[in-house]
Design a protein around this ligand. Structure first.
Ligand code: NAD
Length: 254
């Protein structure tokens, strides 16, 4: 087991990439504590992992609630005495809650709402987990950005800005925290077949049009993200820090 006796926090663990990663990290021996705002899905994932014989605990919280994040991190340290892995994954795209629009027509509420979840959530979890990792002189932080942070995406301003900022933070934090033996890396998924992407691919023709822009001609699956995160969390990736890794079927290489 690659992560035997390690302790991992995953945000947005109730669905998609976070769910697959929580399951895989637990299967590889980590004690996984995952956060999500979706209580029903979170409880179901917790039950799934436990029924498979692995260790996981679900915490229902909103990543924009700094006090709740601080309390969760404190609870994990009190329970296990350490935190080895942080997967900053929770995020939101455009849909029913926040609308996509070019900046000259944008609603400021949508701009702030997306940035609050996608960017401030990463800030809060890192702010409270990094002191634990500094004390123990080890840790692996993996941020989930997006190919959208590497390419332009007209009209998706808050989303691309949040993901671009996560890429920048990854580089700054990698350099700063290397002195404490903490590695900070970032993955940039392309189209991954999760509920976030399914909102788009449910529309006629969108899937076909999307995969025409992907050299591997398919969407990625959440397990492919989970395996990338597992590698970055593992000792095998011990010399990798500050890396921005596309997991996108070759999309941004073109
Ligand atoms: N699916 C894709 O094609 C794709 C591509 C690139 C990047 N991403 C990124 O991957 C990450 C995971 O997305 P996914 O594809 O698994 O989507 P998903 O919608 O399946 O999962 C996202 C999870 O985050 C949770 N979440 C949303 N807002 C939250 C909040 N305020 N507090 C706590 N939890 C919250 C949701 O409840 C959900 O369980 C996101 O950061 C997303 O931006 C996704």
């Amino acid at each position: 087991m690659i992560l035997k006796d390690k302790v991992a926090i995953v945000t947005g663990g109730a669905s998609g990439q976070g769910r697959a990663t929580s399951k895989l990290l637990a299967q590889e021996g980590a004690k996984v504590v995952f956060a999500d705002v979706n209580e029903a899905n979170g409880k179901a994932v917790e039950q799934e992992i436990r029924e498979a014989g692995y260790e996981a605990r679900f915490v229902c919280l909103d990543v924009t609630d700094e006090a709740a994040v601080q309390a969760m991190v404190k609870g994990v340290e009190e329970q296990y005495g350490r935190i080895d892995v942080l997967f900053n994954n929770a995020g939101i795209g455009y849909g029913a809650k926040y609308k996509m629009a070019p900046v000259h027509e944008a609603d400021t509420r949508d701009w702030k709402g997306v940035l609050d979840i996608n960017l401030n959530g990463v800030f809060y979890f890192s702010k409270y987990v990094l002191p634990v990792m500094i004390r123990q002189r080890s840790g692996s932080v993996i941020n989930n950005a997006s190919s959208a942070g590497l390419m332009g995406q007209p009209g998706a301003d808050a989303y691309t800005a949040s993901k671009g900022a996560i890429i920048s933070l990854t580089r700054s934090w990698a350099v700063l925290y290397a002195q404490y033996n903490i590695r900070v890396n970032c993955i940039c998924p392309g189209g991954i077949d999760t509920p976030m992407m399914q909102v788009l691919t449910a529309q006629p023709g969108v899937y076909e049009q999307f995969i025409r822009g992907v050299p591997l001609r398919r969407l990625g699956c959440p397990q492919e993200i989970a395996h990338t995160v597992l590698f970055l969390a593992s000792e095998g990736a011990g010399y990798i820090t500050g890396a921005i890794i596309p997991v996108d079927g070759g999309m941004v290489a073109q």
